[in-house]
Design a protein around this ligand. Structure first.
Ligand code: 6GU
Length: 234
């Protein structure tokens, strides 16, 4: 998997170098991440990358010419041709919702280019001329696309074989195919008694069939079964 991120803050992503499943994927040669700063590619004075919206209004808008020039310098081809070879995904609250199915789709597709914005948003021509997709990680507004980009990288990269210690954990986990899109059952480990709070007897019984039935019966059946405040269903 090859993932390029364009951002004003490439250094924010440095912590991802230390993340175990990303390290595993990188070491196997199945993951390559690169981070580019729009500012390194702008020709505008003072490293400017944004501008006031036509028609007025608050905030600033990421300029299409800045993104186009960054693409041309990084990919060495016409900016509008990049999306023929890669999935060019804008991170924006206007995008389609990022789900496990979208993660699987992106992980299985062409190399990824993730575009992070700050400010009010992206010039619309970034969407229409340069991008091929737009993704949002949820119904709330963040100050920029960097945290969503990290979520996309994490969710996609852990699907690379060998990224996780135990490959089986991929399918049996929440939202995986084996669970039919449901969330995982609860887990328990030692101590069996924590301040008077025990563990379901069946999990200590050694009866694998009974354990499997208990887990099946305790799968999440969203919506409504998610963990919420104080660990209860909400
Ligand atoms: Cl992808 N970007 C921003 N700025 N806010 C968001 C988001 C993305 N997804 C949810 N909120």
């Amino acid at each position: 998997m090859r993932i390029d991120v364009f951002t004003l803050f490439p250094e924010w992503f440095a912590w991802m170098d230390g993340v175990r499943h990303l390290q595993n994927a990188r070491r196997q040669g199945d993951l390559e991440t690169r981070f580019f700063s729009y500012r390194d590619h702008t020709v505008l004075s003072g490293g400017q990358v944004d501008d006031a919206p036509f028609g007025g209004g608050p905030g600033m808008v990421l300029r299409v010419d800045v993104v186009a020039r960054a693409f041309e310098q990084v990919y060495g081809c016409d900016a509008e041709r990049v999306r023929a070879e890669r999935s060019v995904v804008v991170l924006t609250p206007r995008g389609r919702r990022f789900t496990d199915a979208v993660a699987r789709e992106l992980a299985a597709g062409p190399p990824l280019t993730l575009l992070c914005g700050r400010y009010e948003g992206f010039d619309e021509r970034i969407h229409t001329l340069l991008a091929s997709d737009a993704v949002s990680i949820g119904p709330y507004v963040l100050a920029g696309g960097e945290i969503p980009a990290m979520a996309v990288i994490d969710a996609c990269a852990r699907r690379i074989p060998g990224a996780l210690g135990n490959a089986a954990s991929l399918d049996a986990e929440s939202f995986g195919t084996e669970l039919g899109g449901r969330t995982e059952h609860p887990h328990y480990t030692r101590p069996a008694d924590f301040r008077g709070h025990g563990v379901p007897d069946v999990l200590l019984s050694g009866d694998h069939g009974a354990v499997a039935r208990w887990r099946e019966a305790h799968l999440g059946t969203a919506p409504g079964a998610e963990l919420g405040p104080r660990g209860g269903a909400c």
